[in-house]
Design a protein around this ligand. Structure first.
Ligand SMILES: NC(=O)c1ccc[n+]([C@@H]2O[C@H](COP(=O)([O-])OP(=O)(O)OC[C@H]3O[C@@H](n4cnc5c(N)ncnc54)[C@H](OP(=O)(O)O)[C@@H]3O)[C@@H](O)[C@H]2O)c1
Length: 334
């Protein structure tokens, strides 16, 4: 599925941009309605869905990918409760609308939902382009969306890549780099990559796991790739005011992916959310650091191998059309 749409949002408030109210004259209103109906009929749905976003001018903007469920849902609510404008993301529009409603009803923050399938690089590009057009700031990016180890089947994305590698890692690589100009404009800003303690080294001769596939292995290599990406980003972003961290939030929280794996939960979503929020709030860690829950930790050894990281980065650039020059990366197409 490649459609992106959004459901907004709180009503307009002072200082917000967006369409203004129509004329009080009945004829003008009717004419406007007819024109709108005509435009609605001819424009593609995606274009119509992208009305300008309207956070207040002093409101911090946070994107939480995968916030239609589990940990991301809780993070979106917490950020909304702090007054952020939250960009809620996922594939499920009904749950997306529920999160938006909950944030807007509770206040003081606001929210909008954007649908984008991370199993489609075209969708990710359109999502990023839409956000760049809709928002003039982005203070916080939490790359949380993920697909777990179940089912134990080798799945491919529409781009032909191994599914977990793309959804959990490659799309995050592309999205983060495409959104970087907004994060840089908004610095001090923060990026949190929600990884996992389940990490297994990447076999660079078989990144798409055509041999000896298991869902656990695919999940674990994608999660290590996120930790490697975080370390690279920390280097690239040194001196920019953007701090980046990655973490294993908590073990077997009662979320969608854990339910699908048939595993008995061992921790709470609150514990995982506390750990993520520590990386959002704390000034007490070095950019690039990996955490297990609330504690600094060490990821799999491969994460600290600069040659392995360079290999992953090269491959990721080739697969996404991102090019990095003198530490600055941008989308060049392809
Ligand atoms: N649960 C745990 O114990 C645990 C432990 C360690 C790490 N984590 C990490 O925590 C993060 C959150 O997972 P969760 O446990 O909260 O699982 P979850 O309840 O299954 O939530 C996953 C989220 O990712 C989104 N998502 C999945 N595939 C997607 C795709 N192709 N395109 C766009 N969005 C997609 C889902 O959106 P839709 O439902 O709308 O498609 C959903 O919002 C993941 O990165 C996971 O690896 C979880």
């Amino acid at each position: 599925m490649t459609r992106i749409s959004q459901q907004s949002a709180k009503g307009r408030s002072a200082g917000q941009r967006g369409p203004v109210r129509g004329s009080s004259r009945c004829g003008h209103v009717l004419l406007a309605a007819v024109l709108l109906a005509a435009v609605w009929a001819v424009l593609p749905r995606d274009v119509l869905a992208q009305a300008p976003a309207v956070p207040a001018s002093d409101q911090q903007v946070a994107l939480v990918t995968g916030s239609t469920s589990g940990l991301g849902w809780e993070l979106a609510l917490r950020l909304g409760g702090r007054g952020h404008h939250v960009i809620v993301h996922g594939r499920n529009e009904e749950r997306g609308a529920e999160v938006v409603e909950a944030i807007n009803a509770a206040g003081p923050g606001s929210a909008r939902f954007y649908r984008a399938d991370l199993a489609s690089l075209a969708d990710v590009r359109r999502f990023a382009e839409t956000l760049l057009a809709d928002y003039d700031r982005l203070d916080l990016l939490i790359n949380n969306a993920g697909f777990g180890s179940a089912p134990d089947e080798r799945l491919l994305t529409e781009d032909g890549h191994e599914y977990r590698f793309q959804v959990n890692y490659l799309s995050t690589f592309l999205l983060t780099h495409m959104l970087m100009p907004r994060l840089l404009d908004s610095a001090p800003a923060r990026i949190v990559n929600v990884s996992s303690g389940a990490q297994t080294p990447i076999d660079f001769t078989d990144v798409m796991i055509e041999r000896d596939f298991s869902g656990r292995r695919a999940y674990a290599q994608s999660k290590l790739a996120q930790v490697m990406f975080t370390l690279d980003l920390a280097e690239e972003l040194e001196g920019t005011g953007i701090v980046v961290g990655s973490l294993h939030p908590a073990t077997y929280m009662p979320t969608g992916m854990v339910r699908r794996a048939g595993v008995e939960p061992r921790s709470t979503i609150d514990e995982g959310a506390d750990a993520v929020m520590q990386l959002v709030d704390s000034d007490d860690y070095e950019s690039g650091q990996y955490f297990s829950g609330l504690r600094p930790a060490r990821g799999n050894d491969q994460a600290y191998d600069p040659r392995a990281r360079a290999r992953l980065k090269r491959l990721s650039q080739e697969l996404t059309g991102i090019r990095c020059d003198m530490g600055r990366c941008r989308y060049v197409g392809g």
